[in-house]
Design a protein around this ligand. Structure first.
Ligand SMILES: Nc1ncnc2c1ncn2[C@@H]1O[C@H](COP(=O)(O)OP(=O)(O)OP(=O)(O)O)[C@@H](O)[C@H]1O
Ligand SMILES: [Mg+2]
Length: 276
């Protein structure tokens, strides 16, 4: 197994368990979608894997090496590439500089201060920017890019780490539907090309089903579904998201305006009777 999670539990200072004994195993090269209602613990799970958030209990192993309880985090973290919803780019730096920062786990500290990277890293950055379709934008500042382009920078930066796994937190949440599909396709393609595993936390069930074959459903900090994406029946979705009239949702999608039918966003939706 590439990633093994055993009994992972996280209690924030405020009390309730955000994660409650999560077990998960992901083989090399598998891309898994993580779904669940707001507050289910998706971001917490992704962040506990690389210990951006310190778990309260439980263990995480990457290719047999324990991640939890060890001190040399730099070495473990560079094997896990993070991609964020909000892109987390340095706005005033160029695309190239942002992507090269993916090498920070490798270059000596003094070099990173001067932002002097080995020629091989620069070569690799060019090749990666070419792969994600940004070769024409290497010298642009990050704040001059569109949302989709910014997420491509985020993907390139994570890839430059040469990780074993990508941890992806809502990569398409601030993108339009078409760009969302392009970004999901890119993530899946680069994972396949490089035999990278990934955990992709998503709100859009339809988008997750379109691209991913295995889905993990989280509810109140527990795994309540782990199986094929075509097994997400209305009954299973009710277990994950709670009560919702899924059949009526589908009907309604036929005769409402476009902006309401973007994927399935079950949580936070108004009861149907209250609409219109
Ligand atoms: N830094 C924090 N301090 C205290 N509680 C937190 C913190 N971060 C998250 N929580 C709580 O932990 C629970 C899980 O939050 P988390 O952000 O992991 O959920 P999520 O599934 O990612 O939700 P969303 O879909 O809204 O992003 C929630 O109850 C949340 O309020
Ligand atoms: Mg979240």
């Amino acid at each position: 197994m590439l990633l093994t999670i055993e009994g992972l539990t996280k209690r924030y200072g405020t009390g309730d368990a955000a994660l409650n004994g999560v077990d998960l195993a992901i083989p090399a090269g598998e891309v898994v979608g993580l779904i669940g209602p707001s507050g289910a613990g998706k971001s917490t799970l992704i962040r506990c894997i690389n210990r951006l958030v310190e778990p309260t209990a439980g263990r995480v192993f990457l290719a047999g090496d324990e991640v939890t309880g060890r001190r040399d985090l730099r070495f473990m973290r560079r094997r896990m590439g993070m991609i964020f919803q909000e892109f987390a780019l340095v706005e005033r730096l160029t695309v190239m500089e942002n992507v090269l920062s993916g090498r920070l786990g490798y270059v000596p500290y003094w070099r990173s201060l001067l932002r002097r990277y080995p020629a091989a890293d620069v070569q690799r950055a060019f090749a990666t920017l070419d792969r994600v379709g940004l070769l024409d934008h290497v010298d642009k500042r990050a704040d001059a890019l569109s949302g989709g382009q910014r997420q491509r920078v985020g993907i390139a930066r994570a890839l430059l780490q040469q990780p074993d796994i990508l941890l992806v937190d809502e990569p398409t949440a601030s993108l339009d539907p078409k760009t969302s599909r392009q970004i999901m396709r890119l993530i899946c393609e680069v994972c396949a090309e490089r035999s990278l595993a990934a955990v992709v936390n998503m709100h859009d069930v339809a988008l997750a089903q379109m691209f991913l074959s295995r889905i993990v459903g989280l509810r109140q900090g527990r795994v309540v579904y782990d199986g094929p994406s075509n097994g997400l029946t209305p009954e299973v979705l009710t277990v994950i998201y709670g009560e919702e009239d899924w059949t009526r949702s589908a009907q309604r999608d036929d005769d409402v305006a476009d902006e309401d039918v973007h994927g399935a966003r079950p949580h936070g939706r108004e009861p149907l009777a209250a609409v219109g």
